[in-house]
Write a protein that binds this ligand. Structure first.
Ligand code: BGC
Length: 439
């Protein structure tokens, strides 16, 4: 990694970049504040006010046995919607076999920001198209829904959308049961039937998908368009759900951290502009410092400042640089990987490094939570499933090792887990509910 201080940069540029470099003490302070919110999120009396919601998922530990057969999996969370046909089975060694066929549909802007009915009608239309393509419209398949937004679950197949994130805004969905919205849309079409058995967050689906390959995996983390993590927590600590025995997966929704002002002295002028011009000002403040949805815009704003102060490009801003939202996050990675690194490249690297450092804190805190609940302070080993947009893994590891040296983590990267996990959970849910598969 390049040195933090670059003697060849003009001091004004160096000054701007240095604002993004968080010191170890600052990281520890953020970590401490987040830990407090995570703890408050788990407790009945403070849950409502906490900024990190720690939502129960009704996905329990060590699912034993499941139905085998075909499952349909849906994946909604970014600008694309995916439908998958997943075959779940076991061989003599009781190893899971999963085969998939899938189809990607891009979600039109008006479905993302129109009404919930429009969005879910579009989803139902995509499912119908998929069933036609694979000649399976006559089959009433069990369906698992990966829905990558904050949901307050009442059961594995029932949950209220708390708020949209990542540029979604369809009205009439917040405060409503998402599975109900899906079932209604399928009913409105009337050309196929589905048995919706489970709805899970993408972090949960990812963790479960990994779990079937490595039984020690108990954290799922996503750093992509949005960011979030889930982990297995002791039931007695999850106060919002009755029961003391066993463990349940908790969806942290750490992207919302900061809503109680915990990040005020760490947010820079650019972060504030990104937030104010977003579709959800005041919400998902931590996510806006870290995730791919906002990083391009963040870099654009800093570049614009450098140009306006005549520190870059001879003071001439291109149209791309002047247009809000035009600077995509993939450019950040492209510029950062330049072999000859000048101001713009150093800036991309610095912004990304801040994102990695802040994202890593979550893992440190999850480890701490688990260490505390399991009363096992020494040699804690965590296997973690990570989906990340831009090769965060090594840097993540480095920061986590620095901040929590007593913990040992294994990272497993996955680009595929999200939908598969939903199907696997559905297979388990089917077994539990003894649902009849009409296959
Ligand atoms: C959502 C989470 C999701 C994450 C990653 C966030 O914006 O609130 O539910 O897991 O994005 O997709």
């Amino acid at each position: 990694m390049r040195p933090a201080l670059n003697p060849f940069l003009p001091p004004q540029v160096e000054q701007i970049l240095s604002e993004f470099r968080l010191k170890k003490e600052q990281l520890k302070e953020v970590m401490k504040r987040m830990m407090r919110e995570m703890d408050r999120g788990l407790r009945v009396e403070t849950h409502q006010e906490s900024s990190v919601k720690m939502l129960p998922t009704y996905v329990y530990s060590t699912p034993e046995g499941s139905e085998v057969g075909d499952f349909l999996a849906l994946d909604l969370g970014g600008t694309n919607f995916r439908v998958m046909l997943v075959k779940v089975g076991e061989d003599e060694e009781r190893v899971w076999k999963v085969e998939t066929k899938h189809q990607m549909y891009s979600i039109p802007e008006d479905a993302m920001t129109g009404t919930a009915e429009m969005l879910f009608d579009y989803i139902a239309e995509c499912i119908s198209d998929f069933l036609d393509r694979h000649h399976i419209k006559h089959r009433k398949l069990p369906l698992g829904f990966t829905f990558s937004f904050p949901v307050r679950h009442e059961d594995i197949d029932k949950g209220i959308l708390l708020n949209w994130t990542k540029g979604f805004k369809a009205s009439g969905a917040e405060g409503n049961n998402v599975v109900g919205l899906l079932r209604d849309a399928i009913k409105r079409r009337g050309d196929f039937e589905m048995d919706v058995v489970a709805m899970v967050n993408d972090t949960v689906a990812t963790m479960i998908s990994c779990y079937y390959e490595d039984r020690s995996c108990e954290v799922g983390m996503i750093v992509g368009t949005g960011c979030n993590a889930c982990y297995m927590e002791e039931m007695r600590t999850v106060e919002l759900v009755e029961g003391e025995e066993g463990r349940m997966c908790v969806n942290t929704e750490w992207g919302a951290f900061g809503a109680n002002g915990e990040l005020e002295e760490f947010r820079l002028e650019y972060d504030r502009v990104v937030d104010e011009t977003s579709l959800n000002p005041g919400q998902q403040l931590y996510e806006k410092l870290i995730s791919g949805k906002y990083m391009g815009e963040l870099v654009r704003l800093v570049l614009l400042k450098l140009v306006n102060e005549e520190l870059l490009f001879n003071g001439e801003a291109s149209d791309l640089l002047k247009t809000r939202g035009s600077f995509e996050t993939r450019y950040v990675s492209q510029i950062e990987s330049n072999t000859v690194c000048v101001s713009d490249c150093l800036l991309c690297e610095t912004v990304k490094l801040r994102s990695v450092s802040l994202g890593s804190l979550v893992i440190c805190n999850i480890q701490m939570m688990q260490v505390i609940s399991s009363e096992n302070v020494m040699d804690f080993i965590l296997t973690l499933m990570l989906i990340s947009l831009h090769s965060f893994q090594d840097r993540f590891h480095k920061v986590v090792r620095e901040l929590t040296p007593h913990c040992d983590i294994t990272f497993i990267q996955s680009e595929e887990g999200s939908g598969r996990g939903a199907a696997l959970i559905s297979a388990v849910a089917c077994k539990m509910a003894a649902c009849i598969l009409t296959q």
